[in-house]
Design a protein. Structure first.
Length: 383
């Protein structure tokens, strides 16, 4: 596919997109990934690559990316193995020749390279060799210590730079929720990025979810971090992001739901607000203060009921969240049933509660991360 030129209609749409990006002060980058089947030793392959690039250049694009990630670690063709020996040598050669061809086309063109090894410490043989072979102005994508990194620190970035002679351009795999994360909804704020990271990194690019409206919430917090990373407060930014997404009137109700949508590579725990409520309720119940326990539950029932009303509204955001809101509706039924089961102790009420818990646990979407059956069993005798 990388060798094929765009038909006129598609090229026109690409040009329109690049033009719109420029009007909105967004740098539009076109990335191309030839690594699966390119013959590195064949000069005609670079010409095929540049034919595609010249077409895109004609559509108004001036920023390009060469993607060499997610391909086989060994060279696929015998002639390449004979010419280069190692994959790293082929990649260094291609990236440098490609950059030279780009600069001959337009000296103002910007190139970013995504290496085959795009995570780790930055001192490994492949990435250090590639970095040291590239001109200093070529940018290098890097995801951090892991594919989805919990932390991005200034110390890590400085270590990367010492070994590659390039500051990392972080491809931050948050809030993306693909692959094994598809049952998670990543609505939480950006955390775990050093406040002075901007001093040591080329920049940070957020990898979004396929859910456009949902992505806007964490993206708002990422924008706050990038605008003023040293003054960034995740929770304050998150509250603002929610308000921007649903409006002031519905922000408190939606926050009850969003509290359960924070699990990601950045955070193992979920539902911090609800856990505080349940911990207080359980403590009161164990102390024999049934009134305080029921008051805590009643307050949370009211909050979830208001949230349910919001969930039932039709909006683009709601439609994207349907997989998770369906599970939340069952959760709200569990919370609503809890006082009755606690007060009566009747087997029928407890059985009904257990049936709701079974229905909740059968849904794969990730909400509460703790074991509801176990938590409620502490003061209802569930098994």
């Amino acid at each position: 596919m990388w060798r094929e030129l765009y038909p006129p209609e598609e090229l026109s749409r690409l040009a329109q997109l690049a033009s719109l990006a420029a009007k909105l002060f967004v740098d539009f980058h076109y990335c191309i990934a030839p690594g699966l089947n390119i013959r590195y030793s064949d000069p005609a392959e670079l010409e095929a690559l540049m034919s595609k690039i010249r077409q895109i250049y004609g559509a108004g694009v001036r920023n390009f990316g060469l993607l060499l990630d997610d391909i086989g670690e060994e060279l696929a063709f015998e002639e390449d193995r004979a010419a280069f020996g190692e994959t790293i040598d082929a990649h260094c050669d291609l990236a440098c020749r490609f950059y030279e061809a780009l600069k001959n086309l337009d000296s103002g063109i910007v190139l970013t390279v995504c290496p085959m090894q795009y995570f780790g410490k930055g001192d490994e043989y492949y990435i250090s060799s590639l970095g040291r072979s590239l001109p200093p102005e070529v940018r290098v994508f890097w995801t951090g210590r892991d594919i989805c990194s919990r932390e991005l620190t200034s110390q890590q970035a400085a270590h990367f730079t010492r070994h590659t002679l390039h500051r990392p351009l972080y491809w931050d795999n948050y809030p993306v929720n693909d692959a094994e994360m598809y049952n998670e909804m990543h609505l939480g704020p950006l955390i775990g990025r050093d406040p002075d990271l901007y001093r040591y990194a080329q920049g940070l690019i957020a990898n979004c979810m396929e859910y456009c409206e949902c992505s806007k919430i964490p993206l708002t917090t990422i924008a706050d971090y990038l605008w003023d990373s040293e003054g960034y407060d995740p929770e304050t930014s998150w509250a603002y992001a929610i308000e921007q997404a649903v409006g002031k009137q519905d922000a408190a109700a939606f926050a009850v739901f969003a509290d359960h949508l924070r699990t990601s590579c950045l955070l193992d725990n979920n539902s911090p607000s609800m856990q505080k409520v349940f911990a207080s309720v359980a403590q009161s119940f164990r102390a024999g203060n049934i009134g305080a326990a029921l008051a805590g539950v009643s307050s949370y029932i009211e909050a979830t009921a208001q949230c349910v009303q919001w969930i039932k509204k039709d909006s683009a955001l709601n439609r994207e969240l349907s997989k998770w809101s369906e599970k939340f509706l069952v959760f709200s039924d569990i919370v609503a049933k809890l006082p009755e089961a606690a007060l009566s102790g009747e087997k029928s009420d407890i059985d009904e509660l257990l049936a709701l818990i079974d229905a909740y646990e059968a849904k794969p979407a990730v909400l509460t991360k703790f074991n509801i059956r176990q938590e409620l069993g502490g003061f209802l005798g569930l098994s």
